[in-house]
Write a protein that binds this ligand. Structure first.
Ligand SMILES: Nc1ncnc2c1ncn2[C@@H]1O[C@H](COP(=O)(O)OP(=O)(O)OP(=O)(O)O)[C@@H](O)[C@H]1O
Length: 260
């Protein structure tokens, strides 16, 4: 379980990005975090794996006080939390399989890291992860020959190979066209349901969030203004989350750039 207790995040320049955040997210939930640009969505997600340090309150993940972790403990803790970015973060000039194998690097002895020699077990696990997101046939193809949607699936496979309990996704479909975005969202949903991996996703596409997530957390100016089932989100609630600019938020659905 992820638990925010009165969490505050103030950046070094004085910006208070989050305040009075109190949330409990159970294992296996699919949560979408929505809100205007600058509301604090990325900050909220990135505090969970300590990409950002909180400046007040307490954040627990499975009863571990994340703020108290140091050095090696942080690295070990992060192994359980996958992270997916809008920009895929892949090494594009090498194969899909090698990109997934990278997820095993922290487990390898030093000489193996240097030589990049992975054992049979690692390869099987990597291929299984590619199979789970439907791109096993692309294993030996260079990443720069894949479409945006396929690249995001490679990123997802790399995260899965890490065997995470939680996947944090920061705008994972922002650079994909609507059809490809749907395929990637279907992957997230399947992974969430079949593997009971918690998914916490920061997303600009309101309708996609409502369709796929079980729970919506609405952030406005650094505070939670809605937290509840997707099915209970009304136009009035969206108005509160988006400060009356909900049409602009939903209009962005039609504006997704074609990428594939
Ligand atoms: N490294 C930083 N230093 C200072 N201020 C920051 C930093 N990162 C974010 N902020 C500020 O914190 C607030 C929340 O930013 P955040 O990126 O979490 O919002 P967001 O809801 O994810 O926005 P977007 O949808 O545009 O990505 C904003 O006012 C932003 O300018």
């Amino acid at each position: 379980m992820i638990e925010f207790i009165n969490v505050e995040k103030k950046y070094a320049n004085g910006t208070v990005a989050l305040q009075n955040i109190n949330l409990k997210i159970e294992q296996g939930e699919f949560v979408a975090v929505i809100g205007l640009s600058g509301a604090g969505k990325s900050t909220l997600i990135r505090c969970i794996n300590r990409m950002h340090d909180i400046t007040g309150g307490q954040l627990n993940v499975d009863n571990v006080d994340v703020g108290k972790l140091r050095g090696k403990q942080i690295r070990r803790f992060r192994r359980r939390i996958g992270m997916i970015f809008q920009s895929f973060n892949l090494v594009t000039r090498t194969t899909v399989l090698k990109n997934v194998l990278v997820s095993f690097v922290p487990d390898l002895p030093f000489w193996r890291k240097l030589t990049g020699v992975y054992n049979r077990d690692h390869k099987i696990k990597a291929l299984e992860a590619l199979d789970k997101v439907g791109i096993l046939d692309k294993a030996y193809i260079r990443v720069d020959q894949l479409s945006g949607g396929q690249q995001q699936r490679v990123a997802l496979a790399r995260t899965l190979a890490q065997n995470p309990d939680i996947i944090l996704a920061d705008e994972p479909i922002a650079s994909l066209d609507p059809v490809t975005a749907k395929m990637v969202m279907d992957d997230f949903k399947r992974i969430n349901q079949e593997m009971n991996i918690s998914v916490i996703m920061n997303i600009h596409h309101v309708e996609v969030a409502l369709e796929y997530a079980d729970r919506i957390i609405g952030i406005h100016k650094g505070t939670v203004v809605f937290d509840g089932e997707s099915a209970k989100v009304t136009k009035e609630i969206l108005d509160t989350i988006y400060g009356g600019q909900v049409e602009e938020a939903t209009a962005s659905l039609e504006e997704s750039p074609a990428h594939v």
